[in-house]
Write a new protein. Structure first.
Ligand SMILES: [Zn+2]
Length: 394
């Protein structure tokens, strides 16, 4: 009997230890994200407003007059939209820079890019695009430049994964320490580098299959601990599914927004959309890359949205703006969003609150204007012409 009792006590003590240790391990796994900064919380009134800025393309054509002037205009767009919206958090969905011609001075451009946010103490997180890399600059250098700012929540969660900005952020209520939402960030890669640290030459333009597998693992772990949490997903290059969505968009009364550009999707279907759908809980996906699109539609029940071209770098002259996502803690499965343009107008609301026309492919006026601009520039000089080709990439 005595022996059984002692064994029982040991089993009890071991069980308590295991529960505490595993409890510690799992809570560590989710809180490590925030280990050096305050967690992101909903406001006391249950709101949390995100503004997405996409395709700012800072540092384009640095040796021209119009390149640096474009950066000044981009800074005004972000400053003005922040003043109009007062978001709780900002997300940059790729192509923060046009890094192709940059020597390693990501620090300077990053400082310019975030100055309107730092001035007013806004916090942000980023996912990088195909232009955030150059022959002389890597994504890791950009990350290092960004992480100098304490307001940045961007990080590399797993250094063995292709791409850099693969991570998630748990979002908490105002007063309790159980997350109610997860924001996922994936690196859709692309661009060209000759730096040995991230591989040489052209990078694939897709979310790597290893990232998809990592997402599934992490999501399963999170689900075990916290249940099925609603989540939002951010990356730069649209997945291949966007092509067929846009092909049928004019007959889909649920879709809304600007459609004035081709979809140039990821170069492979690595299964990301299927994984997001099968995971459950994913409410909305936000991408950039095709500057003349800011439509939203549905993929199964997931909202799929283009943000709006925010910067004056990069091709196109569509009115600049950012996609605003006002969240309510008690309705996280009913996401809505809209574009706030720099001229103050609110457009491209989604989902629609009343029946209206589906997006229609515009006449390619923009393309014709752009082509004319290229011809004019080419007459001015070969050097300028080279820079202009830069700006006409995604
Ligand atoms: Zn772009």
């Amino acid at each position: 009997m005595q022996c059984l009792k002692v064994t029982g006590n040991i089993v009890y003590i071991l069980t308590v230890l295991i529960v505490q240790l595993t409890g510690f391990a799992t809570s560590y796994s989710i809180s490590r994200v925030q280990s050096d900064k305050p967690v992101i919380r909903f406001n006391a009134d249950g709101t949390l407003k995100i503004v997405n800025f996409s395709d700012l393309h800072y540092g384009e054509a640095p040796h021209t007059d119009w390149g640096p002037a474009a950066d000044v205009k981009s800074a005004n767009v972000t400053k003005n939209i922040l003043e109009m919206e007062h978001p709780d958090f900002v997300i940059f969905t790729g192509d923060l820079l046009t890094a192709e011609e940059m020597f390693p001075n990501a620090t300077d451009y990053m400082a310019k890019l975030v100055a309107p946010l730092v001035d007013k103490n806004y916090r942000w997180a980023s996912t990088y695009g195909n232009h955030d890399i150059g022959e002389n600059m890597t994504r890791l250098e950009l990350l290092a430049a960004e992480q100098k700012f304490e307001q940045s929540y961007t990080y590399q969660m797993n250094a063995s994964l292709p791409g850099v900005t693969n991570y998630y952020l748990p979002i908490y209520p105002a007063n309790t320490d159980e997350p109610v939402m997860i924001w996922w960030f994936f690196d859709s890669q692309g661009g060209r580098t000759d730096d040995g640290t991230t591989g040489k030459g052209q990078q694939p333009e897709h979310i790597d299959p290893a990232v998809v597998a990592w997402f599934k693992d992490e999501q399963t772990t999170l689900k075990k601990q916290w249940g099925q949490l609603p989540s939002l997903v951010f990356f730069h290059i649209p997945p291949v599914e966007f092509v067929s969505i846009q092909e049928h968009i004019e007959n889909n009364p649920l879709c809304a927004g600007l459609m004035d550009d081709d979809v140039t999707p990821q170069d492979n279907n690595t299964g990301i959309m299927q994984a997001l759908w099968e995971a459950g809980g994913v409410q909305a996906i936000f991408v950039g890359h095709n500057h003349g699109n800011s439509w939203c539609c549905f993929y199964e029940q997931i909202q799929v949205c283009y943000n709006r071209h925010t910067g004056y770098g990069g091709y196109g002259s569509w009115t600049r703006g950012g996609r605003v996502v006002p969240l309510q803690i008690d309705s996280l499965t009913e996401i809505s969003s809209y574009i706030r343009q720099e001229d103050g107008q609110i457009v491209d609301k989604f989902p629609k609150t009343s029946p209206s026309n589906s997006p229609k492919m515009y006449q390619r006026n923009q393309f014709i204007k752009n082509a004319t601009a290229i011809m004019l520039v080419s007459m001015i000089g070969e050097r300028l012409f080279n820079y202009s080709r830069f700006s006409y990439m995604n």
